[in-house]
Design a protein. Sequence first.
Length: 215
Amino acid sequence: MTARRSRHRSAAYAALALGLAGSLALTGCNSHSSKKSKKSSSSSSKSKKRKIIGGGAAAAGAGATSRRVPDCYPSTYKLTFSQQTGPKSHVAVKFKNSTSRDCKLYNAPLLRFNNSKDPLPLSQGTPGHLDGTRITVPAHGDAYAVIPTNTAATKGTEQKSVTVDFMGISASSVTHGPATVNFAEKRLHISVGKSKVTNWSASIHGAQLAAGVGK
């Protein structure tokens, strides 16, 4: 073998060695980058999960706050009284939730006609033994209670005014009110005698049925 051929072969081996070394270096670099990318992706995923979980907890807290419904309060412009005549005669008590938020009513309205010392008896339970009725009146919605006046005794005489208190969650809780409705000022003719008032109902039909004057 001549010296020239030997030098040419040595140069070829050297080039091959350099090519292999470069390929190995590139492979190692790509592997390192891939590991870093996976690690970064995993970290980002965990961060997103934490954010989602945290957001869910915050949303749950906001939902719990929004579910706290306040009590309804009586006022002369939220309460109306009307008398129906005939065999199923009765007085309808209507409460209007004029606010933009739901509110709660418990049991029945406490009604004192003509400044009576004692309220009208309840047809469902007594002030000391309530049956736990509780309704939510939607924003701008209505609730009803009914006083049957379909006999001479229950119809009694015409009343001048009524003072209204709203009962609390329990028999011993402080009632909300009072609000006084003057029938003479409103030109209303309301006659109530020895009768009873029903619990609050979400519909006038439900209150009438409870009073025994429904259709």
